[in-house]
Design a protein around this ligand. Structure first.
Ligand SMILES: Cc1cc2nc3c(=O)[nH]c(=O)nc-3n(C[C@H](O)[C@H](O)[C@H](O)COP(=O)(O)OP(=O)(O)OC[C@H]3O[C@@H](n4cnc5c(N)ncnc54)[C@H](O)[C@@H]3O)c2cc1C
Length: 385
């Protein structure tokens, strides 16, 4: 499916073309046939994580010495795009591979990397990152969860909400205060291995407007005892800086998903209007349809070119926070604008759950909210004016 027919971007090397083909085949044969069932049960099966690991679709950007595929962010982007082109918007793998694993790779001690990364790559461990709390989301300095020194380790208390992979995750990076009096400088990232962790409890899998089979959940930590090695990195108080440094990649992952969803929506719509008839004509024969889709295709092309520019810069280590924020804000807004017009061309069928366009429409909404709301993105961009 390539509705845009663009030449391959310069960052797309031969091995990435192979990865694209391999991912597309695996997704079509092993994942797509189960989407309806996951949709009905409201969650995918736990074993999918192991299957993704076996197929090499987890931690593609992590060095081979830690169990990954030894690629770069470009590898993550290719896989992520394939997920969304196939309608797997609810899958938490891009967060697991592109956000959780890189935190450990970048800030973990050698011991932490060896302990966790190989298991994240196989799917034995499922990753999550728990920043948001019932009382604070955008303003991460307001986090109340705390990790108090106790003997050689810590005791963790607090609650988190809206956590992606919340039901399946067994390796959770928790944003916590190690020194509540020190503000941002008192924030640390604590890595919690939840298997057998006393005092750790998962709350509800939350019912949502979209992303129906994503296991977004509440998490509770009540006097959870952690060893000293749960602190990510060597020093306390670095959590805020670590978060800020990794956020551009998180934003680019959301932007990549948004563009994949745009292309998926456009492909579905072009197919539909070529078969559906009204007034003795195919819907595509109405000039309005042609104009709407001409606009959507033009905008989607601009979106894709901007995304490719950002991916290329990020792979070179040159993507700044401001540009990443522009990509997240504008591409997710653009997704909303395009999918709305596409859905309209489906008429009543566009409102029916069994039509994937209705799911993309619902799934798209949260992308303007999570990974930093688009208002927060604009604040960051405005600082560069
Ligand atoms: C499906 C889903 C999955 C998620 N996954 C995760 C996850 O895995 N891990 C995680 O930690 N979190 C996750 N989140 C949480 C998400 O990141 C937060 O919801 C988001 O950051 C916004 O925080 P909030 O909900 O507290 O909104 P608030 O911060 O309360 O914001 C409310 C409104 O006020 C606006 N606002 C806030 N501050 C400003 C300001 N300074 N200037 C202008 N406007 C402002 C916001 O833009 C928004 O419109 C997820 C959320 C959802 C819905």
């Amino acid at each position: 499916m390539d509705v845009l027919n663009l030449p391959r971007p310069s960052w797309m090397s031969e091995d990435l073309v192979l990865l694209e083909e391999q991912s597309r085949r695996f997704i079509a044969s092993e994942l797509v046939p189960h989407i309806e069932r996951w949709h009905e049960q409201g969650m995918m099966d736990r074993k999918v994580w192991n299957e993704l690991g076996e197929a090499g679709l987890l931690c593609a950007g992590i060095p081979e010495q830690y169990g990954g595929a030894g690629g770069t962010f470009a590898h993550e982007a290719v896989i992520n795009r394939e997920f969304t082109l196939a309608g797997l918007d609810s899958l938490g793998a891009p967060l697991h591979s592109g956000i959780v694993a890189p935190y450990i790779l970048k800030y973990g001690t050698e011991e932490q990397k060896k302990r966790w990364l190989p298991k994240l790559a196989t799917g034995e461990l499922v990753g999550a990152i728990a920043m948001t709390e019932p009382g604070t989301g955008s303003d991460l300095q307001g986090v109340k969860t705390n990790a108090k020194k106790s003997g050689n380790g810590y005791v963790l208390n607090g609650s988190k909400t809206f956590i992606t992979n919340g039901q399946h995750a067994n390796l959770i990076i928790v944003v916590a205060k190690t020194d509540p009096a020190a503000g941002a400088k008192g924030t640390s990232l604590m890595v919690v291995e939840t298997d057998g962790a006393e005092g750790f409890r998962r709350g509800r899998k939350l019912k949502k407007l979209g992303m129906d089979w994503a296991d977004t959940s509440e998490l509770f930590f009540e006097d959870v005892k952690l060893p000293a090695e749960a602190l990510l990195g060597e020093r306390e108080g670095e959590g805020f800086v670590q978060l800020m440094q990794e956020l551009p990649q998180e934003r680019l992952i959301v932007a990549t998903g948004a563009v994949g969803m745009i292309e998926h929506a456009l492909a579905l719509t072009i197919d539909y209007v070529k078969t559906r008839q009204a007034f003795g004509k195919k819907i595509i024969e109405f000039q309005n349809t042609q104009f709407v889709l001409a606009e959507c295709k033009s905008e989607a092309t601009v979106a894709r070119v901007f995304l490719d520019h950002c991916i290329e810069r990020h792979v070179k280590g040159e993507l700044d926070t401001v540009t990443a924020s522009m990509a997240k804000y504008w591409l997710t807004d653009e997704l909303g604008r395009i999918v709305d017009r596409c859905l309209q061309l489906f008429g009543g069928y566009g409102f029916m759950d069994e039509y994937p366009i209705s799911r993309i429409y619902r799934d798209a909404r949260v992308m303007r909210i999570y990974a930093g709301t688009n208002e927060i993105m604009k604040l960051l961009i405005a600082r560069s004016l």
